[in-house]
Design a protein around this ligand. Structure first.
Ligand code: ADP
Length: 446
């Protein structure tokens, strides 16, 4: 039985996991780098262990040090959060080999979904619609040309091990294909140590719509509706909402059911997200994330379900605490990712936060681990807060979000708050009328 959870992450997600644990009556262990001694999760956790110097390669990615910290403190389970080791199959195996519980799926499922070529094939076999493209990887330029001709230009070259928008190149015509394949391979090799690539039809104006799932080890699988994460910059999500303004209830029920069936067929356990592109009424699977996602709170706000709590429960062998019929969809929620970056140049702005005021009031949630006096270290991701707002209707949600964004104060560093304040005034955002390229056009990048 899980009684003590080691949190193998940092920042807001470490605090989020700590909060879920405390509400379940569990003890927490925070691991941290030398740069994160003053982190809020470290201050609040029952115990903490320093696992190495600031660079994540020497701390948050050091599997053996994290497992040693779990053994020293007598933790029963490890929650990996998102990023870092959350989708590392070898880590999941090591955790289990040390008789600890990995709060996540099996190593097998992490591995299968971590390779996007295998993931796509698995989805085809499970009856999930995918983006038209190569069957498996593309090993030569001439093979790529053949496939591209068949699916039609423009095409997207994607890395099998890709993540975070890296290892992706568009080829508008056949003469761009060779360069696109070569540069996608080079980038993928450098970032993931694997240069396998595949081809997909490049969709011109899709929305990014993803379905949240959770499964227990007793054969119960539920979907928790969708999130629309189409507002992206460099394939990175900036603003997410649920439900999607583009879908009606029948469409969301249909795709949710297809996805839950597929996950049941796989024998999957834990939380996961199936990501789709949605264009002209059709869904196309792009990838599955086998972890909790940054944007999970928007789903929590519309369903009232604590996803981290459920992750811990199912990892502990318990049944999901709800059935599909219990998964409500109430009102509307939006999340803004607030980064310590200049709002126009996106240059990171680490340093000391001199003033900090969190917005509050009804249905306003701020997931953040920063505070006045906190020094943002330069070594990690620049996201410092997620502002999540709920309303009975989308309109109420947007009015509340405007109000909350206006209340929020972060002094001493640059943040992307001014961008979010502009976004919630933009007519297309108010109308829900946007695709994955909208934000880059808005920013004048396209
Ligand atoms: P990553 O794992 O790097 O995030 P994804 O496969 O999830 O890669 O794709 C990230 C983003 O790239 C998508 O949300 C979408 O904006 C864009 N994208 C991916 N595949 C396609 C495609 N076939 N056509 C157009 N855009 C795509």
């Amino acid at each position: 039985m899980i009684e003590k959870v080691l949190i193998a992450n940092r920042g807001e997600i470490a605090l989020r996991i700590h909060r879920a644990c405390k509400e379940m009556g569990l003890s927490t262990v925070a691991v941290h780098s030398e740069a994160d001694r003053d982190a809020m999760a470290v201050r609040l956790a029952d115990e903490s262990v320093c696992i190495g110097p600031a660079p994540s390669a020497n701390s948050y990615l050091k599997k053996s040090q994290i497992i040693a910290a779990a053994e020293i403190t007598g933790a029963d389970a490890i929650h990996p959060g998102y990023g870092f080791l959350s989708e590392n199959a070898q880590f999941a195996e090591m955790v289990e080999a040390h008789d600890l519980i990995f709060i996540g799926p099996t190593a097998h499922h992490i591995r299968t979904m971590g390779d996007k070529i295998t993931a796509k094939q698995t989805m085809i076999d499970a009856g999930v619609p995918v983006v038209p493209g190569s069957e498996g990887g593309v090993s030569s330029i001439s093979e790529g040309k053949k496939v591209a001709k068949k699916i039609g230009y423009p095409v997207l070259v994607k890395a099998a091990s890709g993540g975070g928008g890296r290892g992706m190149r568009v080829a508008e015509t056949e003469k761009d294909l060779e360069t696109a394949i070569k540069s996608a391979k080079t980038e993928a090799k450098a970032a993931f140590g694997d240069d396998a690539v595949y081809l997909e039809k490049y969709l011109g104006k899709p929305r990014h719509i993803e379905i949240q799932l959770i499964a227990d080890t007793h054969g119960n699988v539920c979907h928790l509706w969708e999130r629309d994460c189409s507002l992206q910059r460099r394939h990175q999500k900036v603003f997410e909402e649920a439900p999607s303004p583009a879908l009606n209830q029948a469409q969301r029920e249909e795709i949710g059911t297809i996805v839950a069936k597929a996950v049941k067929k796989m024998g999957y356990r834990g939380a996961g997200t199936m990501e789709f592109l949605y264009e002209d009424g059709n869904f196309y699977f792009i990838e599955m994330n086998t972890r909790i996602q940054v944007e999970h709170p928007v789903t929590e706000m519309i369903t009232g379900i604590d996803l981290i709590r459920e992750q811990i429960r199912v990892a502990d062998g318990k049944k999901l605490s709800f059935t599909q019929d219990d998964v409500l969809l109430v009102g509307h929620a939006i999340e803004c990712r607030i980064n310590a970056e200049h709002h126009e140049t996106f240059v990171p702005s680490p340093g000391k936060i001199t003033d900090f005021h969190a917005p509050g009031g009804p249905d306003v949630r701020l997931d953040s681990a920063v505070y006045a006096g906190y020094k943002i270290p330069p070594h990690y991701d620049s996201m410092i807060a997620k502002l999540i707002v709920h309303g009975r209707t989308r309109n109420e949600c947007i009015m509340r979000l405007r109000r909350a964004l206006d209340e929020m104060v972060v002094g001493g560093v640059d943040t992307t708050l001014p961008l979010h304040r502009k976004l919630v005034e933009a007519q297309d955002v108010v109308d829900g009328n946007y695709d994955i390229h909208w934000l880059e056009r808005f920013l004048g990048l396209k």
